[in-house]
Design a protein around this ligand. Structure first.
Ligand SMILES: Nc1ncnc2c1ncn2[C@@H]1O[C@H](COP(=O)(O)OP(=O)(O)O)[C@@H](O)[C@H]1O
Ligand SMILES: [Mg+2]
Length: 228
């Protein structure tokens, strides 16, 4: 390919996923097709139970059991072994969850530093990056606070900084402001989007909120197991 820059960061081809519930099979994803281009922020909209988290889990390469094809930056997840999938995840993806999952015994800065150290970044660079991100999110004065000492909105912003710390090509965000009150949710989402745009990352953001979805570059709707 002559212009690798125009390759999608993620491509889904006929993605399927079924679950057994009480002896009954439910087909949650029935052939999802999607391309997200570099720098593009896509809202994945659908009501509760429509399969948004299931779709994000597939893209995150954290679980098996899916049919169809997942390509991350042109690399087929199915054709990769477990180590290669871990590398794809580490090299290309960042995660922000609805509930922050911050480590309770570490302060805000350490929570953002740790994934960088795991990725092999030198301590000093990781420190600088954590401070840069947390400051950009208005948390420069909260670096040494533990999660329990932070408000819900502040905790979610630390989780945003952590998700972006390793400069992912694609941020997977599962209802990243879903547990916050409306005003806080709006503010944190604005900061999240501004930061993702500033960094030039792409993002796939699950939400059931039409109003939040409208703030993104493109909206795809999950309905009866397919995107429309
Ligand atoms: N591990 C699982 N085992 C069985 N059913 C599941 C599992 N994960 C999700 N489901 C079912 O798949 C459907 C979609 O769930 P989910 O992806 O969490 O939707 P959303 O994130 O849009 O609320 C729901 O009916 C849910 O009960
Ligand atoms: Mg969900």
């Amino acid at each position: 390919m002559s212009n690798g820059h125009l390759r999608p960061v993620v491509e889904l081809r006929g993605l399927t996923r079924s679950f057994e519930q009480g002896g009954v099979r439910i087909d949650v994803l029935r052939g999802v097709n999607l391309e997200v281009m570099p720098g593009e922020i896509v809202a994945l909209l659908g009501p509760s139970g429509s399969g948004k988290s299931t779709l994000l889990q597939a893209v995150g390469l954290l679980e098996g059991g899916f049919g169809g094809e997942i390509l991350i930056a042109g690399n087929s997840a199915e054709k990769s072994n477990a180590n290669a999938r871990t590398e794809l995840r580490r090299d290309h993806l960042g995660f922000v969850y609805q509930f922050h999952h911050l480590l309770p015994d570490f302060d805000a800065k350490e929570n953002v530093v740790l994934p960088q150290l795991v990725a092999g970044k030198p301590r000093r660079e990781a420190d600088a990056r954590a401070e840069e991100l947390l400051t950009a999110l208005g948390l420069g004065h909260r670096l040494d606070h533990r999660p329990s000492q932070l408000s819900g909105g502040e905790q979610q912003r630390v989780a945003v900084a952590r998700g972006l710390a390793n400069r992912p090509d694609l941020v997977l965000a599962d209802e990243p402001t879903g547990n916050l009150d409306e005003a806080t949710s709006d503010r944190v989402l604005e900061q999240f989007l501004a930061l993702v745009r500033g960094e030039g990352s792409a993002a796939l953001v699950a939400t059931h909120n039409e109003r939040l979805a409208a703030r993104m570059d493109r909206v795809v709707r999950l309905h009866e197991g397919v995107l429309e």
